[in-house]
Design a protein around this ligand. Structure first.
Ligand code: GLC
Ligand code: CA
Length: 537
């Protein structure tokens, strides 16, 4: 394994959604000084890298994913100097930083679009896609036509996402140069890499009627990242791709991406974003096994994650967030983060934050949720619609972080916050979790410590040892160390551990979420119980 791959496998990322992380000045909006105040919390948790969701200037139609200036910080979040101070604070603590790069579109308030929409012969006009009438039936990811009329030129512009997010025309070499300059600007500031927003959308295929994964995707990404000064960066793409395409994007000699986020395990238990369907946890297991094998065969780096700012909380959607909240949260953490790949933890996940419940659409902010509600209103019973948006809304992950039981759950000293709070913040917050006897937060710390201490977990091979349906059993091993990971699902059962590990002696219990002190050859597992055994030498 080369040195760089090893260094990447040593990383444990924490994703910060700045608007909802911590408000330092009481205006109800999370900010950069707030992040600085919480850096020691991140160290204590045991992560060593941060993915920061967009913190650039933006009118916030899609919370910063609509950028109006790539080189400056959103006023509500602070100043450029404070951003630099944050970076220094991270450096001092050995934390790497990757920034969110939104390359597919800009805010309609970005100067390029303000100019480009004025007239057909404006120099910025060709930075965007235009048509006299919509040339296809493309739908925006957030609902409705992807083409919007622009009166000054009498044309339509393309927006794959919100109306306020105009797609950049990547076929224009000038646009590609602008984006290279943006990348270089942040590299010069000292960032360690990028998370690339909807990167598969930058090349479209009008002839084949495809909004994404067009014929020039690889060429464009190479232009952006296949350069001397970008070689050592950690670049994770948000791309919908199968195994072959991932190999094309992330193969060692490709000069494109380090890895991508692979979303198949989010399809379990739902139809589209807002509709639930029956599921078994075994479906999640099978997807993980499949990808562990595929990435090993092709020597690719995998990403391990259950939550992000676009998803309902995993434990709420695919587990049980009431009676078994602790067990489910610790079971999923064990199941994912001891696999081979780079872990990503999303803010609040580390202490078992669940989804929220709100009765009124006014309590939601997310543009996707609001568009869906508007489109469906009157077409189904209101009760059902409310249930659906509570099930699927991205706001579930975006409620201000609950730090304490105090005012605004410790998120802000202000009188009002930008989004109605997390509805279970009184019971579920960082401070309470830190003191609880059954503490998800403490378990995460223990789990991450174990990961950091175990070469077999970070670099070793993966073998699926599962027998039967209601559990996931796997082994991680390399020269001198073996680790057995047993994750039981929702039914209690007895498992013959001796049969799984063979005659080998010397296995010691490394982790348990049921306070077991030792393990038995015939072990009885409670619902969502995990056991991790380790043998050295
Ligand atoms: C990505 C982001 C999401 C955003 C969208 C448009 O999917 O994760 O939050 O709304 O791109 O930029
Ligand atoms: Ca603030």
């Amino acid at each position: 394994m080369n040195k760089q791959r090893k260094e990447f496998l040593d990383l444990i990322f924490y994703q910060i959604y700045p608007r909802s992380f911590y408000d330092s000045n009481g205006d109800g909006v999370g900010d950069i000084p707030g992040i600085i105040k919480k850096l020691d919390y991140l160290v204590d948790l045991g992560v060593n890298a941060v993915w920061l969701s967009p913190c650039y200037k933006s009118p916030n139609y899609d919370n910063g994913y609509d950028i109006s200036d790539y080189r400056d910080i959103m006023e509500e979040f602070g100043t450029f100097a404070q951003w630099k101070e944050m970076l220094e604070g991270m450096r001092a603590r050995g934390i790497k930083l990757i920034m969110d790069l939104v390359a597919n579109h800009v805010s309609t308030q970005h100067p390029w679009f303000i100019e480009g929409r004025k007239s057909r012969d404006n120099p910025y006009h060709d930075y965007f896609y235009w048509a006299d009438t919509p040339p296809n039936a493309w739908q925006s990811v957030f609902g409705g036509s992807a083409w919007e009329y622009n009166p000054p030129t009498g044309e339509y512009y393309l927006h794959s996402f919100a109306v306020q997010q105009a797609d950049l025309n990547w076929t224009n070499p000038q646009v590609r140069k602008e984006m290279r300059d943006v990348v270089d600007f942040w590299v010069e500031q000292g960032v360690d890499g990028f998370r690339c927003d909807v990167l598969d959308f930058i090349s479209k295929d009008f002839a084949e009627d495809k909004m994404l994964n067009g014929p020039y995707l690889h060429a464009y990404i190479k232009e952006l990242f296949g350069r001397e000064k970008t070689k050592r960066l950690f670049i994770v793409g948000e791309c919908q791709a199968g195994a072959d395409e991932i190999a094309e994007l992330c193969g060692e000699d490709r000069e494109e991406l380090t890895c991508i986020f692979q979303f198949e395990h989010f399809n379990v238990g739902r139809e589209g974003r807002f509709k639930a369907r029956p599921y078994e946890i075994a479906q999640v297991r099978d997807i993980l096994v499949k990808w562990q094998k595929l990435t090993a065969e092709r020597d690719l780096l995998y990403t391990l994650f259950t939550d992000n700012h676009d998803q309902q909380r995993y434990i709420t959607r695919l587990g049980s967030d009431e009676e078994y909240r602790y067990e489910v949260a610790t079971m999923y953490a064990t199941m994912f983060y001891l696999l081979k790949g780079v872990p990503f933890i999303y803010q609040g996940q580390e202490f078992g934050t669940t989804g929220s419940w709100y009765e009124n659409i006014e309590d939601f902010d997310d543009v996707e949720t609001r568009n869906y509600y508007r489109a469906m209103e009157g077409k189904m019973p209101k009760e059902k619609l409310i249930e659906e948006i509570n099930f699927g809304s991205r706001d579930n992950a975006r409620r201000p972080m609950a730090w304490t039981t105090g005012k605004n759950y410790g998120f802000s000293e202000g009188d009002s916050v930008w989004l109605p709070p997390y509805t279970r913040g009184k019971q579920i917050n960082a401070e309470r979790e830190n003191r609880a006897e059954k503490s998800i937060l403490k378990f995460y710390k223990q789990l991450l410590r174990f990961r950091r201490s175990s070469p077999a977990i970070r670099y070793g091979e993966f073998n699926d040892l599962t027998r039967g349906d209601d559990c996931f059993v796997y082994e991680r091993r390399q020269e001198g160390e073996r680790v057995l990971v047993v994750c039981n699902f929702d039914r209690a059962q007895t498992l013959e551990l001796r049969r799984l590990i063979g005659e080998e002696k010397g296995y010691k219990l490394a982790l348990s979420n049921y306070k077991k002190k030792e393990w038995k050859e015939r072990e009885t597992f409670a619902p969502y119980e995990i056991l991790v055994l380790q043998k050295k030498g």
